[in-house]
Design a protein around this ligand. Structure first.
Ligand code: 6R9
Length: 692
């Protein structure tokens, strides 16, 4: 029987992964208690991770983050943030009050202050004599298609674009939708909006015309900035047709500004469409940034919630920019004079907003902006970029790291990665095995790894190690950064003891917090502030280990309840991925008549294991089920494990467990429109019926 499908191009064939490396590179061995009948307490302590990596003194000596920051913030939180705001940001008018929480949960930070985000990201660096510093090393997907922009050149583009928007009738407070590939114009467009006080709403270029239309409508955007297309997997891929469809039949949009990226044939509407390059060329290069109130809206960013309608998360200027700059400095440890920083996110996600545009650019950093996919034209593309540009700080997602693990360590080994000195992770829990692989294979066994927990809603990093300060624990996001206060609480809202699990909450307002959901204050209060009064409910399950480190266990809706025991999907996924034959795993709780829910696992095997499974799938599956039982406890032993060649993921790389639950419960698979590749579900179902 064939339970395996040929891996597709997106995943690669997966070079065999040397089984021996794990033991060899593991400083400490893990001990898992395997109780006969695990209680809630033992369960919470089960995936105990003993490996520890203390800070390297040489790194600590140069680190931006210090132990003292914690003490300062604890002594006087408001004074701490006021100092961050004044030290890191240039205000055209100083603020009078740090925080106004009198209308909670609607916060005002740095009250009475005025500033401009684009001025902070560009002009002031040029004024300080750093105009010749490279802001962006743009690397297009086609080989050799690169272009550098200095801060002075970026400023010129942004000033011109600001003039163009003003000429098109965009006024302070008007919304502008941005629908672009990962090209420098995406950054320039965002900063041009900020420069005139027009909040942007970036819609990820992979979203459909429908998604774009509903986001344009909700924000009542006046202008859309797009491109003819972008390069994807070696081919031009059109973008403009989706915009044409989204603005057809009368919308709030009265102009579409089009960047010429690919030069492909593009339908044109003379009433609406305008070429970006023509408009910028004709525009004046003089422009004064407009100072705005600290609480002036900077952007909207739509994110999916539990209901169908996406939420327009609102961020404002002063607090957001302060925390963006601060975290990029103390968490990524970016030293703008010497580092080359690379955040691999798309600007369509919050990570791209905060850690490509606002944080690093407020700090005056030099960064890489890469348009393409990790395997175009070959699986070493990222490492080639790291080598060529001497990237020193890399920020990416666990899903990428696990993909590289699957492709094999031989690929990164072909490149000189010695410039790397800090590695970051964001987006989902990083399994300890992936963490250790990242440090050993990419970080040469020396780089600190910062696993950063935050959300679109939080605007910037909230929970993370500080490199050079924190003793690192693979798999744990560790602790709230200085100035931030989080807790893990039980159903009643009481703080849990070390060793126990509960819900992640934020119990003090923070500068980059969302200021609301666009047009829906009730939903804002209901979604985030009603579960525990006065406290922000993040929607993530979490656990505190014996030392008080925070382990984020995934969305609360990913938490399973098996025979009354709360089990985390992430914990079991980590156990599966720790098996040498497993490359990637997703776990869901399927309704079960006896146990309430039962654990169902989906695994992608590493290359050579796949061949073995073709021979004897049953033995391998039995082996994996026992492995989980051994690692976590018999209660966690999956009822079923399905071997698949793909997992359904959103475009931001999050596994859509809802769809896998449909499969596990033999239901018609639900809405797949937010999948990066909607054919994946067909692939999984075909594989399943073969094995069925
Ligand atoms: C920045 C971003 C937010 C959700 C969040 C959580 C998950 C993000 C994580 C993490 C464990 C981490 N998440 N970082 N889980 N460890 N380091 O991803 O924002 O797209 O809004 O997603 O992502 O579940 O609640 P967003």
């Amino acid at each position: 029987r064939s339970i395996l499908r040929q891996s597709r191009a997106t995943v690669g064939s997966g070079v065999g992964f040397a089984v021996g490396w794990k033991a060899a590179n593991r400083p400490n061995t893990r001990r898992y208690a395997v109780p006969d009948a695990p209680s809630e307490e033992t369960l919470a302590a089960l995936s105990h991770e003993d490996r520890e990596f203390p800070p390297d003194p040489a790194f600590a000596a140069q680190a931006n983050g210090t132990k003292e920051l914690f003490a300062e913030a604890d002594a006087d939180r408001d004074a701490f943030w006021a100092q961050q705001a004044r030290d890191r940001i240039t205000w055209s008018k100083d603020f009078e009050q740090v925080l106004d929480w009198s209308e909670a949960p609607f916060a005002k930070w740095f009250v009475g202050g005025e500033l401009n985000a684009a001025y902070n990201c560009l002009d002031r660096h040029v004024e300080a004599g750093n105009g010749d510093r490279v802001a962006l090393h743009f690397i297009g997907e086609p080989d050799g298609d690169t272009k550098d922009f200095t801060y002075a050149e970026a400023l010129d583009q942004v000033k011109r674009a600001a003039n163009v928007l003003t000429d098109l009738g965009v006024e302070k407070g008007d919304r502008v939708a941005i629908y672009l590939p990962m090209i420098p114009e995406a950054v320039f467009a965002m900063l041009a909006c900020a420069r005139i006080g027009a909040p942007h709403s970036v819609v990820f270029g992979g979203f459909s015309a429908d998604a774009l239309r509903s986001r344009i409508a909700d924000a009542e955007a006046k202008v859309v900035i797009t491109a003819d297309g972008g390069y994807r997997r070696g081919k031009p891929s059109a973008l403009k047709p989706a915009v044409d469809e989204a603005v057809s039949g009368g919308t709030s949009v009265n102009k579409v500004l089009v960047v010429r990226r690919t030069g492909q044939d593009t339908a044109w509407n003379d009433d609406l469409d305008l070429w970006w390059h023509e408009a910028l060329e004709a525009a004046s290069a003089e422009h004064e940034a407009v100072p705005v109130d600290s609480e002036h809206p900077l952007f909207l960013l739509y994110t999916s919630g539990t209901t169908g309608k996406p939420k327009g998360i609102l961020h404002t200027t002063g607090g957001y920019l302060t925390q963006a700059a601060y975290t990029n400095s103390v968490v990524h440890d970016v030293h703008p004079e010497t580092d080359v920083y690379w955040c691999t996110a798309d600007v369509g996600w919050v990570t791209g907003h905060t850690y490509i545009v606002y944080g690093p650019m407020a700090n005056g950093a030099t960064q890489v902006l890469y348009e393409g996919t990790p395997d175009t034209p070959h699986q070493g593309r990222w490492w080639e970029i790291v080598q060529d540009k001497k990237v020193s700080v890399l920020y990416t997602a666990p899903t990428a790291i696990r993909t590289f693990m699957k492709w094999g360590k031989e690929t990164p080994a072909k490149y000189d990665l010695s410039s790397l000195r800090v590695l970051g992770s964001v987006g989902e829990p990083i399994n300890p095995e992936a963490w250790v692989w990242y440090r050993e294979i990419i970080g040469g066994g020396k780089t600190p790894i910062v696993d950063t927990w935050w959300q679109t809603e939080t605007g910037a990093i909230m929970v993370s190690a500080l490199p050079g300060v924190t003793t690192l624990k693979p798999g744990s996001a560790q602790a709230a950064i200085p100035g931030i206060s989080v807790d893990v609480v039980d159903e009643q809202g009481n703080s849990v003891e070390n060793g126990k699990g509960g819900y992640l909450i934020i119990d003090k307002p923070w500068p980059s917090m969302l200021r609301g959901i666009w047009g829906d204050p009730e939903r804002f209060k209901e979604t985030y502030w009603s579960r525990y009064p006065g406290v922000y409910f993040a929607g993530d399950g979490a656990k505190r280990d014996e030392q008080g480190n925070i382990w984020v266990l995934g969305r609360v809706d990913d938490v399973m309840n098996v025979s009354g025991h709360r089990l985390s999907t992430t914990e079991i996924e980590s156990a599966l991925v720790s098996h040498p034959k497993v490359a990637e795993a997703a776990v869901v709780g399927a309704t079960d008549a006896t146990t309430g829910q039962a654990v169902v696992g989906f695994v992608i095997l590493r290359g050579d294991a796949a061949a073995e499974a073709e021979q004897d799938g049953d033995a391998l599956v039995a082996n994996l089920r026992n492995h989980v039982a051994k690692e976590i406890g018999p209660i966690a032993k999956p009822r079923q494990i399905m071997v698949v060649s793909e997992l359904p993921k959103t475009r931001s790389g999050k596994i859509m467990r809802r769809l896998l639950r449909d499969v596990a419960e033999n239901r018609e698979v639900g809405d797949v429109s937010t999948l990066a590749d909607s054919s994946v579900m067909d692939l999984i179902k075909t594989g399943m019926s073969d094995s069925g």
